[in-house]
Write a protein of this length. Structure first.
Ligand code: BGC
Length: 746
C-alpha cells in the first residue's frame, strides 16, 4: 500500500513536470485571444484584421520561403518538408509547413517517419470515384497533420499532352472533367482535416524535359478547354487554398509571372481566393511576378525577400498589391481552419492507412485482357509461376519529389548513388510482395518465383506450370521523361519467350504511363496495376484470384505505339537550356539561382490543341491498343433505354443490367458529340456513374449534365458559348463502346 502511494506521488510529479514540457508543444498551449480569433467572422474579415496589425517585415516574411531544408542544414523552424513560411508568434499566425504528398507524405526516410504509400494518382483515377478520391486526400491530410505539416504540395492535374511525361503517374489522366472532379475531391479530402490544399503545376507543364526552359505554345481555346479546365473544375470542387505555378513558360512568359494565367484566368475568371506559390525555383522576378499575381516565392527569398521589400518601399509594387498577397495567405489559414485547429503531431494510423490503400488499389487495377476467362484463377489451377519484376519482394513506386519512402527501406536495395541526382531520385520498391500475397490467397496451389533474368529458364518453369504470370514495370520520375512508352527490350523479350512456352501467360504491368504491348496477341491476360501502393500486392492478388471483381477503367488511352502520339518524338531541349543535375559537384543553391536567372528558352508547339488523349485518336482515326474508359470485369453489362431531356441541367437516363453471374460495379460513361459548327473533336466525356449491380439486376441511372459541360471557349469574346445545333449523346462502357445514342437540340 505504502509503495503504491509513493508510486502515485512520483507519477503525479512526473506528470506535472511533463505538463510544463507539454506546454511547449504546438496545440497544447492555451491559445491567446486575438481579435481575429473570433471564428464567427469571415476568413476575409479575419485576414483584414491581421493585415492591419502587420509591419512591412512581417508581411514580407509571409510571402517567401526560408530555404530548402531537405538539401541544406534545416533551419530549426522547419518540419523537414520541401518548404515553409515562418510563423508570426506576435500575431498568433502559424507557420505553413509544406510537404510533397502526391500519393502519400514524402521525405519519410530523411525524417524517420512512416507514411502510407497510396496507389499512384493515375492509378487511383481509374476508379472514376469521387468518394475514393476524397478518402485518398483525407488520408494524406491526416498523415500530413500527424507529421506536423499544414499544407500539401500534391494535387497534380496536368494533362498528358505528352504521355511519356515522367510525372504522368502523379496526374489524373487525359480528360479535364474526370481529372478535375477527381483532383477536386482529393483536395477537398485534404482540406477536410484543416490542411491547406494545393493544385499544381499551373500550367501546361506537360513534359519534364527542359521544364525550366521550355516555352509551351498553345492557343487560348485549347488551354481553356483542356489543361486549365481541369484546374477550374478541381478548384470549384475543392476551394484549394494553394495553386502552384509551374516552371515553364506559356506563350512567352514564365508561368509564375504570367498575368494571363495568374490574374486574368485564375484570380478573375476562376474566382480563386487562395494564394499562388511558385514551383521550387520557379520565381524569376520581383515586380513582374508580383504584378502578374504570384503571391509567394518558394522555397527561397531571392525575389520576394529584400528585393520585394525594396520594390514596395520605392513604390514599384504598391502596398495594396503586397497586402493582397498577404491577405490571400492569411485568408487561406483561416478558411481551411488551420488557425482554429493547430497542427498537433501524433503517430499516424498505420493500419487505417493500409485499409484505405488496399480499398483504393482494388478499385484502381484495370483488367485489360482476359482470353477464355483465364482469370480469375480457378480452383483447377494447381501451379503458378510468378516471373520477374521483383514480384517476390515488392511493388514499384513513382520517384521524384512525390516519392513516398518504403517503410524499412526499399524492398529492392538501390545501388550506391553516383551523383546528387541519384542520391535524391532512385527506384524504390514497397514491401508488398505479389508472390506472398498470391500464396496467401491460393493456399492449395504451388506458387513459385523465378527472376526472369534468364528468359529460357523462365520459359521452362512456365512450361511446367498451369499458369505463368509475368510482372513487367516501367519506372518514372519527376525531372525526366520516358524515352518511349515501350517497356525495356529485355522485358518484352521475356514476355514473348514465356508466352511461347505457355499460352496461359498473364502479364501484370506496374507502370506510371501507358505501355505499348507488341506481344498483346500472344498472351492470355493483361492486368494494369499501375504503381499500386503499400497494399498493392494484396489488392492485386484479390483481383487475380477473383476475391475482388475488377471495376477500374482507364483514365488514359493506351496507344499502339509512340508513332501514334500527337508528338511521335519527344521534344527535347538543346543542351544549353538544361541543368545538368547529374553533375556530381552540383549544388542545389547554385541550381536554384541558375533556374531563377532563367535558362535559354526552347519551344514546344501544342498544335494538337483540343485533341488531347482519346480526342486525338478519335479525330485522327488512329486505332488504339486500349481506349480511354476501357476495363473488363468478371461479369458483363448491357445498356438500354436511353432518354435525354435537354435543359439547364440535361438529364441523361438509361438502364444498365448485370448480365453475368457475379456482382459488380460498372462505370457507365456519357459522351457528347457537339454540332459541327463547334469545331470540336468527335466527342467529349460529359458525365459518368458507378453502378453497383447484383447478378441479373437492372438499374435505371440518371446522370445530370450541367450546361457548362457542353460549351466551347470562344476566343473572340473570351467567353464560353453553347453552340446551337444538334448534340449526339452517347452512353456505354468505354469511349469506344457506346451502344446508346440520342440526338437533342440546344
Ligand atoms: C516540383 C514540385 C514540388 C517541389 C517541392 C519541384 O521540383 O516540381 O512538384 O512540389 O519541387 O518539392
Amino acid at each position: 500500500m505504502k509503495r503504491s502511494i509513493v508510486g502515485l506521488a512520483v507519477t503525479a510529479a512526473t506528470l506535472l513536470a511533463g505538463a510544463c514540457a507539454f506546454a511547449q508543444f504546438p496545440g497544447m498551449q492555451q491559445p491567446k485571444h486575438y481579435p481575429w480569433s473570433d471564428a464567427s467572422l469571415s476568413p476575409d474579415s479575419r485576414a483584414d484584421l491581421v493585415v492591419k496589425e502587420m509591419t512591412l517585415d512581417e508581411k514580407i516574411s509571409l510571402v517567401h520561403g526560408q530555404g530548402m531544408p531537405f538539401f541544406s542544414n534545416a533551419p530549426s523552424e522547419s518540419n523537414g518538408g520541401a518548404g515553409y513560411t515562418n510563423a508570426i508568434p506576435r500575431l498568433g499566425i502559424p507557420a505553413i509547413q509544406m510537404a510533397d504528398s502526391a500519393y502519400g507524405v514524402t521525405r519519410g526516410e530523411a525524417a524517420g517517419r512512416y507514411s502510407t504509400a497510396l496507389p499512384s494518382d493515375l492509378g487511383a483515377a481509374s476508379a472514376w470515384d469521387p468518394d475514393s478520391a476524397f478518402q485518398y486526400g483525407a488520408l494524406i491530410g491526416r498523415e500530413l497533420r500527424a507529421e506536423g505539416y499544414s499544407m500539401t504540395l500534391g494535387g497534380g492535374v496536368n494533362m498528358p499532352r505528352e504521355p511519356r511525361n515522367g510525372r504522368t503517374f502523379e496526374y489524373q489522366g487525359e480528360d479535364p472533367l474526370l481529372a478535375g472532379v477527381l483532383d477536386g475531391n482529393v483536395e477537398k479530402g485534404v482540406q477536410s482535416v484543416h490542411i491547406i490544399g494545393d493544385l499544381k503545376h499551373y500550367a501546361i507543364n506537360d513534359q519534364e524535359s527542359g521544364r525550366n526552359s521550355v516555352n509551351a505554345n498553345i492557343s487560348k481555346r485549347a488551354m481553356r478547354e483542356t489543361d486549365l479546365r481541369a484546374f477550374e473544375i478541381a478548384l470549384g470542387i475543392s476551394n484549394a487554398g494553394g495553386v502552384m505555378c509551374s516552371y515553364n513558360r506559356v506563350n512567352g512568359d514564365f508561368a509564375c509571372e504570367n498575368s494571363y494565367l495568374l490574374t486574368d484566368v485564375l484570380k478573375k475568371d476562376f474566382h480563386f481566393q487562395g494564394f499562388v506559390l511558385s514551383d521550387w525555383g520557379g520565381t524569376h522576378s520581383s515586380t513582374k511576378a508580383s504584378h502578374a499575381g504570384l503571391d509567394m516565392e518558394q522555397p527561397d527569398k531571392i525575389f520576394f525577400g529584400d528585393p520585394l521589400k525594396k520594390a514596395v518601399e520605392s513604390g514599384d509594387v504598391s502596398q495594396d498589391e503586397l497586402n493582397d498577397h498577404v491577405h490571400r495567405i492569411l485568408r487561406t489559414i483561416f478558411a481551411t481552419g488551420l488557425f482554429d485547429h493547430p497542427v498537433v503531431k501524433q503517430v499516424p494510423d498505420v493500419e487505417g492507412g493500409y485499409r484505405v490503400a488496399q480499398q483504393i488499389a482494388e478499385k484502381s487495377i484495370v483488367l485489360l485482357k482476359n482470353q477464355h476467362n483465364l482469370l480469375p484463377l480457378s480452383s483447377s489451377v494447381h501451379s503458378v509461376v510468378v516471373i520477374g519484376g521483383h514480384a517476390d519482394v515488392g511493388v514499384i513506386t513513382g520517384g521524384g519529389s512525390a516519392q513516398v519512402d518504403a517503410p524499412g527501406g526499399s524492398a529492392v536495395p538501390a545501388p550506391a548513388p553516383k551523383n546528387m541526382m541519384e542520391a535524391i531520385i532512385h527506384i524504390q520498391w514497397l514491401p508488398s510482395s505479389p508472390l506472398r500475397a498470391l500464396q496467401a490467397q491460393m493456399p492449395s496451389a504451388k506458387i513459385s518465383y523465378v527472376s526472369g533474368d534468364d528468359p529460357q529458364a523462365a520459359a521452362s518453369s512456365a512450361k511446367s506450370a498451369d499458369v505463368a504470370i509475368v510482372f513487367a514495370y516501367q519506372w518514372e520520375s519527376e525531372g525526366m521523361d520516358l524515352p518511349t512508352l515501350d517497356l525495356s527490350a529485355a522485358q518484352n523479350q521475356l514476355i514473348e519467350t514465356v508466352a511461347a512456352a505457355n499460352p496461359k501467360t498473364i502479364v501484370v504491368l506496374e507502370t506510371g504511363s501507358p505501355a505499348t504491348m507488341p506481344w498483346i496477341d500472344k498472351v492470355a491476360g493483361v492486368v494494369e496495376a499501375w504503381y499500386p501502393g503499400i497494399r498493392g500486392a494484396e489488392a492485386l492478388a484479390g483481383i487475380l484470384t477473383g476475391a475482388v471483381n475488377p471495376t477500374a477503367k482507364l483514365a488514359i488511352t493506351f496507344p499502339k505505339s509512340d508513332a501514334d502520339l500527337p508528338h511521335p518524338k519527344l521534344v527535347l531541349p538543346p543542351p544549353e537550356s538544361e541543368i545538368n543535375f547529374s553533375d556530381p559537384g552540383a549544388d542545389i543553391s547554385n541550381i536554384m539561382s541558375r533556374m531563377a536567372k532563367g535558362l535559354p528558352a526552347f519551344q514546344t508547339y501544342y498544335d494538337e490543341g483540343l485533341k488531347v488523349g482519346y480526342k486525338w485518336y478519335d479525330a485522327e482515326k488512329k486505332p488504339v491498343l486500349f481506349p480511354f474508359g476501357f476495363g473488363l470485369s468478371y461479369t458483363t453489362y448491357a445498356y438500354s433505354g436511353l432518354s435525354v431531356t435537354p435543359g439547364d441541367s440535361t438529364a441523361v437516363t438509361f438502364t444498365v443490367k448485370n448480365t453475368g453471374k457475379r456482382a459488380g460495379t460498372e462505370i457507365a460513361q456519357v459522351y457528347a458529340s457537339l454540332p459541327d459548327a463547334a469545331g470540336e473533336p468527335p466527342k467529349r466525356l460529359i458525365g459518368w456513374a458507378r453502378v453497383e449491380l447484383a447478378p441479373g439486376e437492372s438499374k435505371q441511372v440518371s446522370v445530370p449534365v450541367s450546361q457548362d459541360r457542353l460549351t466551347v471557349y470562344d476566343e473572340a469574346s473570351d467567353s464560353w458559348k453553347l453552340v446551337p445545333g444538334s448534340y449526339a449523346i452517347r452512353v456505354g462502357g468505354s469511349s469506344q463502346d457506346l451502344p446508346l445514342h440520342q440526338s437533342v437540340s440546344f
